[in-house]
Design a protein around this ligand. Structure first.
Ligand code: HEC
Ligand code: HEC
Length: 332
């Protein structure tokens, strides 16, 4: 009897130990972000210049960085973006950080990858309001830019395909490894405090990880917003229905990444929610039919803040000047 008890308890200690080891990595629903090493640094550098160059817009005043500010988590931190001539956009700007991990781009997934996405805002009348032809002719008029294309692509031809390829290559580098949560995943048990760990356990046990999982803690699937209760909003945005035409895709969105979520307020596709506490409360109620108490909300929020990673180390690019041949900006 004694021996049997001993054997069983030894076995269960064994099981416990293995489960702790395993829980440090591969059995978790979230994986650490790996740093990237660009294959073509010349292409990335060119893409960075284009990302920061406001001359890709009709006004000569709006760059990708205007709405995806890399000083502010890759967003504009306002509910919906301001586009050409101060137009109010219909939807919140998602972060470009870790966007390379998304199964598709935009809230409704209408662009299949970063390259396809990058052509959108340049020609969107409510955003940069240019045309691909105009943007290309501006870049092409600048010899220093053509020299960069030569280095990156092997010839100095400038076209929209190359412009968007370069921007996407730069965006591929905008990943944020090294968060405290990743350190914990990689075995540093001191990296999280008790409250943060409780928050993570609750994040898993209550079902958040059913949708927010993988290295980006999101970005991997489409789900309905309002599974148990509808989301109340004035926004006319329909989600995936706009792409597929199916009624069942009404209010279905790409599950957003929760990496760097502390930096990317306000929340949701309408940007209506300013605090993480309210966002977590709303998710609990609408997606899981669960009313979290204050302590539970605070612990999940504490966990979410451990997902802030090392921000890309960007040196502001110095852009070559326009010249006599460069089409002029049309701000008004
Ligand atoms: C006027 C503001 C504005 C400008 C300028 C802008 N964007 Fe965006 N961006 C947005 C908004 C708003 C969305 C979400 C649109 C949607 O989902 O319908 C978005 C979506 C994205 C996404 C998808 C992210 C995701 O998680 O789905 C990427 C990537 C992106 N933009 C990159 C760029 C690049 C590259 C440029 C420059 C060529 C650019 N943006 C210019 C506002 C802007
Ligand atoms: C059934 C899938 C699903 C579940 C479960 C779920 N979410 Fe979400 N989550 C989403 C979707 C879809 C969105 C985007 C909603 C929208 O359109 O604005 C979202 C958005 C969010 C946002 C705002 C992100 C942003 O950038 O605006 C936060 C924060 C969040 N979820 C946290 C949680 C937490 C915490 C839980 C668990 C309590 C949870 N989610 C459970 C699908 C889910």
């Amino acid at each position: 009897m004694m021996v049997r008890t001993l054997v069983i308890s030894l076995l269960s200690i064994g099981a416990l130990v293995t489960s702790i080891n395993v829980s440090a990595n591969e059995n978790e629903p979230i994986q650490p972000i790996k740093a990237v090493k660009p294959k073509n640094p010349e292409l990335v550098e060119l893409g960075k210049m284009l990302f920061f160059d406001p001359r890709l817009s009709k006004s000569g005043w709006i760059s990708c960085n205007s709405c995806h500010n890399l000083s502010m988590g890759g967003t504009d931190n306002i509910p919906t973006s301001i586009g050409h001539a101060w137009q109010q956009g219909p939807i919140n700007a998602p972060t470009v950080l870790n966007a390379t991990m998304n199964l598709a781009q935009f809230w409704d997934g209408r662009a299949k990858d970063l390259k396809e996405q990058a052509g959108g805002p340049i020609a969107n009348p409510g955003e940069m309001a240019s045309t691909h032809e105009l943007a290309v002719s501006i870049v092409n008029s600048i010899p220093q830019y053509r020299a960069k294309f030569e280095k990156a692509f092997g010839s100095d031809k400038v076209d929209i395909d190359r412009v968007t390829t370069a921007i996407a290559a730069f965006e591929d580098t905008l990943v944020t490894p090294g968060s405290r949560f990743d350190k914990w995943l990689e075995g540093d048990k001191e990296a999280l405090n008790k409250q943060e760990l409780e928050g993570y356990q609750l994040f898993k046990s209550s079902g958040c990880t059913g949708c927010h999982n993988g290295p980006a803690v999101g970005g991997a699937l489409y789900q309905k917003f309002g599974v148990h209760h509808p989301y109340k909003t004035d926004s006319k945005i329909e989600g995936r229905k706009a792409v597929t035409g199916k009624d069942t895709d009404l209010n279905v969105f790409k599950v957003p990444t929760l990496r760097n979520i502390e930096l990317t307020y306000p929340y949701f596709h309408d940007g209506a929610v300013w605090t993480l506490e309210e966002a977590v409360k709303t998710m609990g109620k609408l997606q899981l039919d669960r009313d979290f108490n204050k302590k539970e909300i605070d612990s999940i929020v504490a966990f979410l803040k451990t997902l802030t990673g090392e921000q890309p180390d960007i040196k502001l690019p110095i852009l070559p000047p326009s010249n006599n041949d460069t089409p002029r900006p049309q701000p008004f």
